[in-house]
Design a protein around this ligand. Structure first.
Ligand code: IMP
Length: 192
């Protein structure tokens, strides 16, 4: 079965591909000649994930997967959350986002946070969402050079290294995204 993943991020396609049994071909939007940026106008990750999945499903009429992720910091009442990519204003400016996060947490001792992913799967007769969460805390200075985004500031629970100090394999073994992907893979593998 062909499934479109509403992304052009090769890493995400590979990560989900590795979890899903034979019989499914997960392909990026570009494979179907879709190159547009779908506006993320929702106010929750659930909404944005669904908006992306519905938009692409309406165009292709084949099964579609879409994901949306973000960092939720308890002391900031869940911010940056759905606005994680553009916390400091400019979309994808990770340096500015991390600086702003440290600034907002200055002097705050309670630094619990979690990464969360919501995946939507839509086919002609199904619509279902899966959530993946990894708990941890925000440290007071960036550490590590791997990964992306908030990785240098996030230490997952039970570890003393940040996501940016871990190999990709180690991070993928416990990340929010892989936990959501695993639930989706389990669901799809059961469908066969
Ligand atoms: P996306 O929905 O996967 O594009 O993620 C949105 C934003 O959340 C990213 O631009 C990052 O700021 C943040 N984010 C999501 N996943 C991660 C992660 O694994 N590490 C660090 N930051 C992340």
């Amino acid at each position: 079965m062909d499934i479109c993943f509403a992304t052009n991020n090769k890493n995400k396609i590979e990560e989900i591909g590795a979890l899903i049994h034979q019989g499914f071909s997960i392909r990026p939007m570009s494979f179907y000649n879709l190159h547009e940026d779908i506006p993320e106008t929702g106010t929750t990750m659930e909404e944005n994930s669904r908006i992306k999945a519905v938009t692409v499903h309406n165009k292709l009429r084949i099964p579609v997967i879409a994901d949306d992720s973000g960092l939720e910091v308890e002391a900031l009442y869940g911010a940056p959350g759905v606005y994680s990519a553009r916390f400091a204003g400019e979309h994808g400016n990770h340096t500015a986002n991390n600086q702003l996060l440290l600034q907002k947490l200055e002097g705050i001792e309670h630094r619990n946070a979690r990464f969360r992913t919501v995946i939507t799967y839509i086919s002609d007769n199904t619509e279902i969402q899966f959530e993946g969460i990894v708990e941890g805390e925000i440290i007071s200075k960036e550490r590590g050079s791997k990964g992306f985004g908030y990785d240098p500031l996030f230490v997952p629970k039970g570890f003393d290294r940040t996501f940016a100090e871990m190999s990709l394999e180690e991070k993928n073994g416990l990340s929010h995204r892989s936990r959501a992907f695993e639930k989706l893979a389990h669901y799809l593998n059961e469908q066969k």
